[in-house]
Design a protein around this ligand. Structure first.
Ligand code: GLN
Length: 464
């Protein structure tokens, strides 16, 4: 990539943004000075000149990091997240920060304080969330790769709704240093790629132990591109049939069933498995995630950084007005819910019970992986819905995460692979969930699938 290539990326980002709203900032000056600097260097670098978009809850030094929230509306980070500094060292060029649900709470991008990003396949529809802006930046052809974050499906679900590849790695695979905390025991940086091969190149660079994040694991990082074309003959794919029932749209079921047949035709062996605790995933997730969020978001108090309300009388009033004006409705709902489940008298009934069920969800996976290499389910129960369709119904919105949250609860890696289009031309994703540290296998299976069964169509709104 040369200066002209980066200019073309920036131009298309600027041209499409009025329609798609996928970028909260386009970092033209930064990108141009970076490409000049990296082009001048002679040592080989794995991502030399690769343009990348980064979700706005990942810290980028000197650049805005708003988390899609008014409370951080004019906040500029003072340091780079480890993932960002590793990308920079590898020669990648950050071109912009992407739109997201406020503090990554949502499945549609509609809770962003800066208006929702739009789905490039049909701009009247949501791109999914919470990393919707990153998904759109890739799906609309502006960049081939983007960073997002996952707490309960925020990379895989928008990847499915936008027809691209999305990866949530094993908990601890990528450092969380500089990823603004939502629910620390679930949070992970994830990767969008136009293809799994694009994402593999990024993962190879950013994965691995980081002394700045004590939960990052000291597990060797393979070269994920090296095994990506391996034969997948004989790989055992477990299918939990009980998850293909109620609430799943017919067209999604059909496309995901076809993906099972396709994997079979590639030589994979399909086996039936049970995940008896999966159906508690949503309930457990919305207790644990809100509990941790209520604690993590206590730091936005108008004192140390970020937004402070005007016209306040005394400290207590300042806290209250700042949080009242700075947070949106969904974030407030979660803080209230999370505070409630942690309060004395309810702690045992909700929070500690949820922790026990979380252990059972994890045990489900451990048991299942004794008999298979990966588990296949739909990524999302529906295709992209209309903007506004579910925004007044939090429960309907939470049900979007039914197939994704349990991988976060268990800590195992998972990917979403495009597997077809609905009758009205909207993308559908199939999900593969792997055992701990099996990203190389998931990328390999996704790559072989994409090469043999490409989606073959581009969205309505596409750069070029
Ligand atoms: N949609 C889920 C939620 O609203 C997941 C969000 C995420 O993964 N960040 O919590």
């Amino acid at each position: 990539m040369m200066i002209e290539d980066i200019e073309r990326v920036l131009d298309s980002a600027e041209r499409l943004n009025p329609q798609l709203n996928s970028f909260l900032s386009i970092e033209r000056e930064h990108a141009l000075s970076r490409i000049e600097a990296v082009s001048a260097q002679t040592q080989p670098r794995p991502l030399l000149g690769t343009p990348i978009a980064v979700k706005d809850n990942i810290c980028t030094k000197g650049m805005q990091t708003t988390c899609g929230s008014r409370i951080l509306g004019n906040y500029k980070a003072h340091y780079d997240a480890t993932a960002v500094s590793r990308l920079n060292d590898a020669g990648a060029i950050l071109v912009g920060k992407t739109n997201m649900d406020e503090f990554a709470m949502g499945s549609s991008n509609e809770s962003s304080a800066f208006g929702p990003a739009k789905n490039p396949w049909d701009p009247e529809r949501v791109p999914g969330g919470s990393s919707g802006g990153s998904a759109v930046a890739v799906a609309s052809g502006v960049v081939r790769v983007a960073l997002g974050s996952e707490t309960g499906g925020s990379v895989r679900q928008p990847a499915a709704l936008c027809g691209i590849f999305g990866l949530k790695p094993t908990y601890g695979r990528i450092s969380r240093y500089g990823l603004v905390a939502f629910a620390s025991s679930l949070d992970a940086i994830g990767i969008f790629g136009l293809t799994s091969l694009d994402a593999a190149a990024i993962l190879s660079v950013i994965a691995g132990r980081d002394p700045l994040d004590t939960t990052s694991a000291d597990v060797p990082v393979p070269d994920y591109e090296q095994t990506i074309n391996d034969d997948i003959k004989g790989k055992r794919i477990g299918v939990p049939r009980e998850l293909f029932g109620e609430g799943l749209e017919d067209e999604v079921r059909h496309a995901v069933e076809t993906s099972i047949d396709n994997f079979r035709s590639l030589g994979a062996e399909i086996v039936d498995i049970d995940l008896p605790y999966a159906r508690y995933g949503i309930a457990v997730y919305y207790i644990i995630a809100t509990a941790e969020a209520s604690s993590n978001l206590a730091r936005y108090d108008g004192v140390r950084y970020g937004f402070r309300a005007e016209g306040q009388h005394g400290l207590r009033d300042m806290y209250m007005k700042t949080r009242e004006e700075g947070f949106g409705a969904e974030v407030k709902r979660r803080i209230v819910l999370g505070t409630y489940v942690l309060s004395s008298g309810y702690y045992d009934a909700y929070y500690s019970k949820a922790q026990k069920v979380r252990a059972l969800v994890k045990a489900d996976y451990e048991r299942a992986f004794n008999g298979c290499d990966a588990i296949l389910t739909p990524t999302s129960p529906s295709t992209a819905f209309k903007i506004g369709e579910k925004s007044d119904d939090p429960l309907a919105m939470y049900l979007n995460d039914i197939y994704t949250v349990s991988a976060n609860l268990a800590g195992v890696p998972a990917v979403s692979i495009p597997c077809g289009l609905s009758g009205n031309g909207l993308p559908i994703g199939t999900q593969l969930i792997g055992n701990f540290w099996s990203e190389a296998l998931l990328l390999n299976m996704a790559n072989v699938y994409e090469n043999n069964f490409p989606l073959g169509e581009k969205p309505l709104i596409f750069a070029e």
